[in-house]
Design a protein around this ligand. Structure first.
Ligand code: ASP
Length: 432
């Protein structure tokens, strides 16, 4: 029998989950419902945990094995500058696009005035929010997140094992980079056993990633069935203008801005790149976590696009931690939307402050579900937007689908950097 391609299996799982999740709402009182949801939850959790399980050994081994093959520190510096430059360019264009769209559509206004119905939704949000939402936005958490120096502290973890245990990708990344560069400073013969060790460790991790991806449709089915079952339609209806503004802006960035950059900067056919990234994009969309998707992104970029291990292992883990185009764009739209509803006129300077804050906080936001919500709250507080605490709870209630979409954009942005940098390093892509 012909095997169904991986991305089709995931698409079928997504469709089945949406249908079954919506049907389940009709069986609210059925005795079997809770057990069924528990099994779905379990499938989703196991899949996510399996992906997270391999992140630490995969990232560490691939960066070290990849760097050891870079031609010393100069090669690293060149690639580092190019990658950071590309990330800055794409994130900045994403935020500016978000700003233009939210000011054009003005989803928070009705007939040119602040939308009173939306204001009511915000006011009622605390009464409707569940405990997990309230805990997420507790004052002590906000204070912790406000400390911008924390990003820099995370770069150099005092304990590398602890950083690994906590999934602090940024710290692991910096340590692995240092390790790989240090290896290039010794005579190659002396380092050969170390190079072989990390190379073979990486090969084993890749094999485990392939096994996990075989189970992706089941995990994704479980996760999305529960999400669809739990999602409420009422708040969603009122927030629809906001919802579609975000989706339009994300779509423009993903299907217009990034493809144009691919074509103009590196002469890459965007269709080829979309095809290569199908499975990673679907995984990002389903998991809402760019960190958990990282193993899949690395596979797609190397196996389908043909990027070398050294380029992929440098650009992608860095991208998953610091480059979030979708998140930056989303933060900008969310903050200005709330300001519109609350009747706060934001002058050019105030909007620029939002742009810069969205750019900076998107670097610090972790690649996990709904991570940017706290950043949005911080920007709203810094910009003096009234009623921010209530508004964030209302936005949180409809966050899932937007999170899924912006995570796909985040992952696509990282993958674009990988192919653009690979091309500039003279690599042959897409079996040209
Ligand atoms: N869920 C996003 C990601 O993992 C982060 C966010 O915007 O909340 O990329």
């Amino acid at each position: 029998m012909k095997k169904i391609a991986a991305h089709w299996q995931i698409i079928i799982a997504l469709i089945a989950a949406v249908i079954i999740g919506s049907l389940l709402k009709k069986f609210d009182d059925a005795p079997w419902l809770q057990s069924f949801l528990k099994i779905c939850d379990l499938l989703g959790d196991l899949f996510l945990q399996a992906l997270k399980m391999i992140i630490v050994p995969l990232v560490v081994s691939s960066i070290i094995a990849g760097l050891a093959s870079l031609a010393g520190f100069d090669g690293f510096k060149r690639m580092g500058l190019k990658t950071l430059g590309f990330y800055l360019l794409t994130t900045l264009s994403a935020v500016v696009l978000g700003l233009l769209i939210v000011n054009t559509i003005q989803p928070g206004l009705k007939d040119g005035k602040p939308n009173a119905e939306l204001r009511q939704v915000f006011d009622e949000a605390p009464a409707q929010a569940d405990d997990s939402a309230k805990e997420k936005f507790a004052p002590d958490r906000q204070a912790k997140a406000k400390d911008w120096t924390a990003i820099f502290k995370r770069m150099l973890p005092s304990n590398i094992i602890k950083a690994g245990a906590e999934g602090q990708l940024l710290g692991l990344l910096v340590f692995s980079l240092m390790f790989g560069i240090a290896m290039t400073q010794f005579p190659p013969d002396q380092m050969q056993p170390m190079r072989d060790f990390f190379q073979t460790l990486n090969d084993v991790m890749i094999r485990i990633t392939q096994w996990i991806m075989v189970c992706a449709p089941l995990g994704i089915f479980g996760m999305i069935t529960v999400t669809v079952y739990k999602s409420g339609a009422e708040v969603f209806q009122q927030l629809a203008p906001y919802f579609f503004t975000v989706l339009i802006a994300l779509a423009l960035h993903m299907f217009l801005v990034l493809p144009l950059l691919l074509k103009l900067v590196a002469g890459i056919n965007p269709i080829n790149h979309f095809k290569a990234m199908k499975t990673a994009l679907l995984t990002a969309f389903s998991t809402s976590s760019s960190s958990a998707t990282l193993p899949v992104t690395m596979r797609c970029v190397q196996d389908n696009a043909g990027v070398s291990k050294k380029t992929a292992s440098f650009t992608l883990p860095l991208g998953a931690t610091v480059n979030m185009d979708g998140t930056a764009l989303y933060e900008c739209i969310a903050v200005i939307f709330v300001a519109q509803v609350m009747g706060l006129e934001m002058a050019f300077a105030a909007q620029m402050l939002v742009v810069i804050s969205a750019l900076l906080t998107s670097i610090g936001v972790a690649g996990v579900p709904s991570a940017s919500m706290v950043a949005i709250l911080i920007i709203m507080n810094n910009s003096g937007i009234p009623g921010a605490d209530n508004a964030i709870l209302a936005l949180f209630a409809v966050d899932r689908l937007l999170d899924m979409s912006r995570t796909a954009v985040n992952v696509f942005g990282d993958s674009c950097a990988a192919v653009v940098i690979a091309k500039s390093e003279g690599e042959t892509l897409y079996q040209e």
